[in-house]
Design a protein around this ligand. Structure first.
Ligand SMILES: NC(=O)c1ccc[n+]([C@@H]2O[C@H](COP(=O)([O-])OP(=O)(O)OC[C@H]3O[C@@H](n4cnc5c(N)ncnc54)[C@H](O)[C@@H]3O)[C@@H](O)[C@H]2O)c1
Ligand SMILES: O=CCCC(=O)O
Length: 532
């Protein structure tokens, strides 16, 4: 199955009804009103997979009206009923994980096994939301006056505009739509124009699951026209966005006009700190996982791998002093042991060579081919961005240890790359490279590692590798990030809060905290309660 060619996969998905090529408004599959379409390409081959409607403001306004109507009833359905529908949707997605995985590989490029992994990950947000739907509790507040009773109710926000990126065509949508529906909200989803097919297939399954027409609408096409319509409508009470920081800022400003609630999951610039006391195998495995997932195209991918190098200490006595060891009370053997260990400090060279060896083994190719671990980048612009970051780094003194250029397969394939001696003057340490490039930076002390790691406007995910328990806690606390992985490169799960600080965003997705994003708090005061 993994070796299926993309064209036959598309044909089969088409005949089994998984290749939907219309938007969804009020439960009806709909073309753009002016008949215009846009092409969806396979990033591995360049082939056109499908034409989907190029919708704009008019279709979006209709989708909003349909969501607004559906909200009146969906918000009144019991939590148990909503939970059942969501559970059914989850079951259907899991039952069709192969087809949805194939769609993801077709339009996004990630290897099929990874794509099916995304389907399971994406589905988990719906399952979790189905369970949480039943636990949206309010509060009773002890009153300050004897004749009053004070309550807090939690109620759905209303119609939600959910705008998603291309890198996780399913999971970035279910992470929004699952909790929104669970809380009683209805949604207008705008998937990326690069990857709308998975969203459309998932929306079809939502209808089959009994989620009422109008509760989930999908529009795509002219992104700014759709965005403007969502922002302008007073009926849309919440915008939830995952994507670039630049677009997130625009939406945040635009939401001010009607004072909408807003959640933003934006770009990262994840540091991955490798201390010299790290277990090298654990550090390599974790770094590979965080750096090369989805060919480096995730917001939580390590963007700066900051590795400890040898500290140039003056002499043995100074080394012992730095470690605050009482020299006078040490035996000669103990002193020698400390000195010998200090000579071994620094892991940079060992790490750079072990990482390069591991990366060299990664097979690049079409995601449908067996054994492929690295698919193509999403498009030519993404490849050009990686090239320009590498040119900038090498012109400023960085050294390519492995890869560094377009892959011989052509199209959007890029060689998995390791580049050493990157510093904070280089573009790739300031912005997301969003490609299969592992940039290595050097540090000497824990303090310096924390300073380098925090020296960015982003604050989404950070990683550190160390076997020192105290250090892992100390550094986790000092990192200005929303997510920290200690000795682990894959930390995303539906049960934990996902989101960033600083310019990486606002709010959290997944977990019980993700539900709050779709709820309003209402305080109710019952007065004159003492009748006799
Ligand atoms: N923090 C997270 O959870 C997270 C997750 C995935 C991706 N990302 C970030 O997303 C970026 C990559 O995704 P991308 O290239 O699709 O981002 P993007 O900002 O270009 O696009 C994201 C979505 O916004 C839409 N869009 C663009 N302009 C718009 C406008 N004016 N109004 C309304 N919608 C508009 C796009 O069509 C797409 O659907 C990276 O920066 C990555 O870090 C963040
Ligand atoms: O790209 C960002 C999302 C990745 C994840 O959910 O782990």
């Amino acid at each position: 199955m993994i070796s299926m060619e993309s064209q036959s996969v598309a044909a089969r998905l088409n005949s089994s009804g998984f290749l939907r090529t219309q938007g969804l408004i009020a439960g009806k599959w709909t073309d753009a009103y002016d008949g215009k379409t846009i092409k969806v390409h396979n990033p591995a081959t360049g082939e056109v997979i499908a034409n989907v409607p190029c919708m704009g403001g008019k279709e979006t306004n209709d989708a909003i009206s349909s969501a607004y109507d559906a909200f009146k009833s969906w918000s009144k359905v019991t939590a148990a009923e909503r939970s059942k529908c969501l559970r059914k949707w989850y079951d259907l997605i899991v039952a069709h994980k192969e087809e949805l995985g194939q769609l993801i590989t077709l339009e996004q490029g990630k290897p099929l096994k990874e794509a099916i992994g995304e389907v399971i990950y994406g589905a988990s947000f719906i399952e979790f939301a189905a369970e949480e739907a039943k636990r949206v509790y309010g509060d009773i507040i002890p009153s300050t006056l004897p004749d009053r009773r004070l309550f807090v109710l939690k109620q759905p926000v209303g119609v939600v505009g959910a705008i998603a990126p291309w890198n996780f065509p399913l999971a970035m949508i279910t992470r929004k739509v699952g909790p929104a529906l669970a809380c009683g909200c209805t949604v207008v989803v705008k998937p990326s124009e690069l990857t709308p097919l998975t969203a459309l297939a998932a929306a079809e399954l939502s209808l089959q699951a009994g989620i009422p027409p109008g509760a989930v609408n999908v529009v795509m096409g002219n992104a700014s026209a759709i965005g403007d319509a969502l922002l302008a409508s007073p009926e849309v009470r919440k915008i939830t966005f995952t994507g670039s920081t630049a677009v997130g800022k625009k939406l945040m400003a635009g939401a001010a006009g009607t004072v909408k609630k807003i959640s933003l999951e934006l770009g990262g610039n994840a540091p991955c700190i490798i201390f010299d006391d790290a277990d090298l195998d654990v550090a390599i495995k974790g770094t590979l996982a965080t750096k090369f997932r989805n060919s480096g195209q995730t917001c939580v991918c390590a963007n700066r791998i900051i590795v400890q190098e040898v500290q140039k200490l003056r002499n043995s006595a100074d080394r012992r002093e730095e470690k605050q060891i009482d020299d006078t009370r040490m035996t000669t053997t103990a002193r020698k042991q400390i000195d010998d260990r200090d000579h071994d400090l620094g892991i940079y060279d060992k790490f750079a060579s072990a990482l390069s060896n591991a990366v060299q083994k990664m097979q690049v190719g079409d995601g449908f081919h067996e054994g492929v671990l690295q698919g193509p980048l999403i498009n030519e612009a993404a490849v050009q961005k990686v090239e320009s970051f590498l040119d900038d780094a090498t012109s400023k003194g960085a050294k390519v240890l492995l890869g560094g250029k377009r892959h011989s397969l052509g199209m959007n394939f890029f060689e998995p790359t390791v580049i050493a001696d990157v510093n904070s003057e280089m573009l790739m340490s300031r912005e997301e490279v969003f490609g299969p490039v592992a940039p290595l930076m050097r540090f000497k002390t824990e303090e310096e590692a924390i300073r380098i790691a925090n020296d960015t406007n982003a604050g989404l995910a950070a990683y550190l590798f160390t076997t020192n328990m105290q250090r892992s806690w100390r550094v986790s606390e000092a990192l200005e990030y929303g997510i920290v992985g200690v000795n682990e490169g894959l930390v995303s799960t539906e049960v934990a809060p996902f989101g960033g600080v600083k310019q990486s965003g606002l709010g959290r997705e997944g977990s019980k905290y993700g539900m709050d994003e779709y709820l309003e708090i209402k305080y109710v005061c019952l007065g004159n309660m003492s009748s006799n």
